[in-house]
Design a protein around this ligand. Structure first.
Ligand code: PFF
Length: 487
C-alpha cells in the first residue's frame, strides 16, 4: 500500500480534495440564492455536526481496512461490493462534469491574461470549452498516474498554499472596495426566520457534504494511505476549518465586488462566469484580479478532480490488479467520453436532457442528490451491518471520541440525511399537494426524482456488471496469468 510522505502531506492532499469549485463558486452561489447569512446557520450545523463526524468515521475506516471503498464494502458482506462500485460511479459522474467547469475556469484565466472580453454565451458556444475540458482531464490523469506521493501529494503541497495565499491577498484588496460592508452584512447577518424551510436545510447539507468531499469514499481511500501515528480527529478538524475558511474567504472576495458594482448577489451559477467578469472589466486592476481569481479556482478544481479520479483508480487497481498507470489511462479515457455530453451541453450542439443542459441535469441529480445517497449508504452499512465498527473506531480515534462519533453515524447522520434528501426530492415532484411544502419549487418532472432514480438504476446495473466481470472465469484466468507474468 502506498503512503503519504508525512502527516502534513496527507492533510494538504485532503484539503486539496475538499477545497474546490464547491467552495469558491458553489458556496457563494448557493449562499446568494438562499438569502445570504440566512444560510450560514444550517451550513455551520451541517459542517460541524454531520460532515466533520462522518469525515472522522470515513478516514478511520480507510486506515483500518487499508483498501478502497469497494473492498471496504466487500469486507462487510461480499455482495455489498456493488454499493462500492455504485459510489465510484457517482463520483465518476460528478468528475465528468466537474472537469468541464474546471476547464471553463482555465479559459477565463487565459482571457483575463490576454485582456479579451468575452461573454459566457460566446465562450461556451465554441469548441474551446471542449478542448479545455480535455486538457484538464489529461492533466488530472497525469498527476494521478504519478502516484500518491509524487503525483497527488506533491501537487497539493504546491497548489494549496499558492491558492490560499492568493485568496487572502484578494480578500485584503476587497476590504478597500466601497461595497465591502454591505457585502459583509449580506454574508454574515443571520436570518432566523427562514430556518423553517426544509429546502434551505437540504441545500446546506448537500453543500456541506459536497464541499468537504465527505461520504463518497474519497476520504476512505486517502485514509488508507495515512500512517498509524496520524491523529485522525485533529487532521479532520484542520481539513474542515480550512475548507470552511476558504468558502468564507471566497464570500469575502465575491460579495464586496458584487455590491460595489451594483450586481445581483443571487445570480446563482452565473455568479463566477457572468456576474463577476462584468465587475472585473471595470474595476481598477481588474485584469490582474480576474487572472488571480480564476487561477485559484482552477488550482482548487484540479486538486479536487485528482481526488475523485484517484478513488476509482485505486478501486480498479485493487480489483483487477492493474498497474496505476493503466488504471489512470483507462479511466481518463472513460471520463473524456463521459464528460463530452456535459462539455457540449452549453455549446452550439446544445445537448439537453428533458430540456435541461446535460451538465445541469447531472449536477441537480447526481451532484446534489447522489452525494447524500452515497453518504447514507456509507454510514448505514458500516454501522448497522458490521458489528466490529464500534471497536475499530475506538482503536483508530480513541474510545472517548468513538462514543460520540459512532451513535452520530449510526442514527443521527443517516436520519438527517434521509429527511433533507427526501424533502429535496419531494420538491421535484409535480404534485400539487407537495408543491405547498414550505420553500418547495417545481423544477422539472424528470429533473430530480426520476432523474436520480434513472441514474442510480444505471449505476447499479453497471456495478453488477463490474462485479460479475471481476468474478467471471475469464477475468480470474487473466489475473492468474498476469500474476505469473509479474513473478
Ligand atoms: N469538494 C470539492 C469541492 O468543493 O469542489 C468537490 C468534490 C470533490 C465533490 C469530491 C465530490 C467529491 F467526491
Amino acid at each position: 500500500m502506498e503512503r503519504w510522505s508525512s502527516g502534513a502531506g496527507f492533510i494538504l492532499a485532503a484539503i486539496g480534495s475538499a477545497v474546490g469549485i464547491g467552495n469558491i463558486w458553489r458556496f457563494p452561489a448557493v449562499l446568494g440564492g438562499n438569502g445570504g447569512g440566512a444560510y450560514l446557520i444550517p451550513y455551520l450545523i451541517a459542517v460541524f455536526f454531520c460532515a466533520l463526524p462522518l469525515m472522522i468515521f470515513e478516514l478511520a475506516l480507510g486506515r483500518h481496512f487499508q483498501g478502497t471503498i469497494v473492498s471496504a464494502f466487500r469486507s462487510v458482506r461480499h455482495p455489498f461490493r456493488v454499493f462500492g462500485w455504485m459510489i465510484c460511479g457517482i463520483v465518476f459522474l460528478i468528475l465528468s462534469y466537474y472537469l468541464v467547469i474546471a476547464g471553463w475556469t482555465l479559459g477565463y484565466f487565459f482571457f483575463a491574461l490576454s485582456g479579451e472580453r468575452i461573454s459566457f454565451a460566446d465562450f461556451s458556444a465554441g469548441w474551446l470549452p471542449v478542448v479545455l475540458f480535455a486538457v484538464t482531464a489529461l492533466a488530472t490523469g497525469i498527476v494521478v498516474s504519478g502516484g500518491v506521493r509524487k503525483g497527488i501529494e506533491r501537487m497539493s503541497t504546491l497548489l494549496i498554499p499558492v491558492s490560499v495565499g492568493t485568496l487572502i491577498i484578494l480578500a485584503l484588496y476587497c476590504t478597500t472596495l466601497p461595497g465591502f460592508s454591505r457585502g459583509m452584512d449580506f454574508l454574515f447577518t443571520p436570518d432566523f426566520t427562514v430556518l423553517g424551510s426544509p429546502l434551505l436545510w437540504g441545500a446546506a447539507f448537500g453543500q456541506a457534504f459536497f464541499s468537504l468531499s465527505v461520504g463518497m469514499g474519497i476520504l476512505l481511500t486517502y485514509g488508507a494511505y495515512a500512517d498509524r501515528e496520524q491523529a485522525i480527529p485533529a487532521a479532520s478538524l484542520i481539513i474542515t476549518v480550512a475548507d470552511l475558511g476558504v468558502a468564507l474567504l471566497s464570500g469575502i472576495v465575491i460579495f464586496p465586488i458584487v455590491f460595489s458594482f451594483g450586481l445581483a448577489p443571487a445570480a446563482g451559477a452565473e455568479l463566477a462566469f457572468t456576474t463577476l467578469p462584468q465587475a472585473f472589466a471595470v474595476m481598477p486592476g481588474g485584469r490582474v484580479i480576474a487572472a488571480a481569481f480564476f487561477l485559484v479556482l482552477f488550482f482548487a478544481a484540479l486538486t479536487s478532480a485528482i481526488s475523485m479520479l484517484e478513488m476509482s483508480v485505486a478501486a480498479l487497481r485493487e480489483s483487477f490488479l492493474w498497474s496505476r498507470r493503466r488504471s489512470a489511462a483507462v479511466l481518463t479515457a472513460a471520463v473524456l467520453a463521459t464528460g463530452l455530453p456535459s462539455a457540449l451541453s452549453y455549446s452550439a450542439a446544445d445537448l439537453r436532457f428533458d430540456g435541461i443542459p446535460v451538465l445541469d441535469f447531472l449536477d441537480e441529480t447526481i451532484g446534489t442528490l447522489g452525494l447524500p445517497v452515497a453518504a447514507i449508504f456509507l454510514a448505514i452499512v458500516f454501522t448497522w451491518f458490521f458489528s466490529p465498527t464500534r471497536d475499530l473506531l475506538a482503536r483508530e480515534i480513541g474510545n472517548g471520541l468513538a462514543r460520540i462519533i459512532y451513535p452520530l453515524c449510526t442514527y443521527i447522520i443517516p436520519a438527517v440525511l434521509i429527511m433533507t434528501t427526501a424533502a429535496r426530492m419531494a420538491s421535484g415532484v409535480d404534485y400539487p399537494g407537495l408543491r405547498n411544502l414550505p420553500g418547495s419549487e417545481f423544477i422539472g418532472p424528470l429533473l430530480q426524482i426520476e432523474g436520480i432514480v434513472i441514474i442510480i438504476l444505471l449505476l447499479l446495473a453497471a456495478s453488477v456488471v463490474a462485479c460479475r466481470l471481476g468474478r467471471c472465469p475469464l477475468a480470474g484466468r487473466l489475473r492468474t496469468w498476469r500474476r505469473r507474468g509479474n513473478s
